[in-house]
Design a protein around this ligand. Structure first.
Ligand SMILES: [Zn+2]
Length: 338
């Protein structure tokens, strides 16, 4: 018996059944409308059934396939959030004593021995950018995405530290301290963008920044917004920290990381909404990245001030898609730069 719990109520309309004969084997295939988190192709072997495969067939379809030389009878039923699939011809006691779960292909853990520090922007008295709806604060949206990202990276074997685990204020310059202390391999700060009143209907899109002296007016403007909670004159020591954090290899690595994150985040976000705007990879003078002794990026997950995008930033499914995309970007970066 296979029991799958979904987050929403499942009806028979969600399940499509088909029977096939492939060579000398019979297949019972169940396609269930839904997304199974991390559905690596999983093979279960149960005495009496040659093969049971569970996999994400496409982003919206979870496939469960029973295969056997005998023409097995399978049934299913739904009960609220649950789908139960049952093989009828197999004796209960043989299953009970011989269930062997094996994952195939072997699960690749790209994050092994890698340390990542995640920073959800703002917090506490600093709400960050403010959206159109009630309590649509940047600090909440970025925290949720950060938590999904933390989960995704941990599942892939990364060691993950986070700068805040609640709605609390942390000075911008203290955020990289943790990353340095933990000797992180990369530092990722997550933010949401805001447009000037005159442009709220126009500006939308996701973009990824890496630290450098500002080049464009646009980068300067975004940096000014994100630096707001920590305005101070550049003292001698912070100037030194700024310059030190700008060594060439680190800029190059941060640039590469930005490209991988932006590309994958966009791809994943567009699986949910095709019209997500790509605002690209940019460089900018962000305080939060100053002082990080490792490749570091700042992600703007979208414009909280945009009517449609702002709303999406508070949608759990979209938040998770962004996080999975960022995690894929991190994997991709380490695959190329081990
Ligand atoms: Zn921000």
């Amino acid at each position: 018996m296979i029991i799958i719990d979904f987050k929403t109520k499942i009806t028979k309309n969600f399940v499509r059944f088909q029977e096939k004969k492939v060579k000398n084997k019979y297949q019972d295939i169940y396609d269930i409308k839904g997304n199974f988190k991390d559905a690596y192709p999983t093979k279960l072997s149960i005495n009496g059934v040659d093969q049971i495969v569970i996999k994400q067939e496409d982003p919206n379809t979870l496939r469960i396939l029973f295969e056997d030389k005998k023409n097995l009878k399978t049934i299913y039923f739904t009960n609220n959030n649950r789908v139960v699939l049952k093989v009828l011809d197999v004796k209960e006691n043989t299953i009970k004593n011989s269930v062997k779960v094996s994952k195939s292909p072997k699960v690749y853990k790209p994050g092994l021995n890698k340390v990542v520090v995640l920073d959800a922007g703002h917090g506490g008295k600093d709400s960050g950018a403010i959206g159109r709806g009630k309590k649509m604060y940047e600090k909440y949206a970025v925290f949720d995405v950060m938590k999904y990202l933390e989960d995704a990276l941990k599942r892939r074997g990364y060691k993950v530290y986070i700068t805040r685990n609640s709605d609390k204020f942390i000075k911008v310059r203290h955020r990289t301290v943790l990353a340095n202390k933990k000797k992180a391999d990369i530092f990722i700060s997550i933010h949401a963008n805001a447009a000037h009143k005159s442009k709220v209907d126009k500006l939308q899109g996701i973009e990824t920044f890496f630290l450098s002296p500002a080049r464009s007016a646009r980068a300067k403007r975004v940096a000014a917004l994100e630096n707001k909670s920590d305005i101070r004159k550049m003292s001698g020591s912070s100037k030194k920290a700024f310059l030190e954090s700008l060594n060439r290899p680190r800029i190059t690595a941060s640039h590469k990381l930005s490209i991988d994150i932006q590309k994958n985040m966009l791809y994943s976000a567009r699986k949910i909404h095709k019209d997500v705007v790509d605002s690209g990879v940019r460089e900018g003078p962000f305080w939060v990245l100053v002082g990080a002794q490792m490749p570091s990026v700042l992600i703007e997950i979208g414009y909280i001030t945009h009517k449609k995008e702002g709303k999406r930033l508070f949608n759990k499914r979209y938040q998770e898609a962004l996080a999975v995309g960022i995690a894929n970007g991190v994997d991709s970066y380490f695959a190329k730069n081990p």
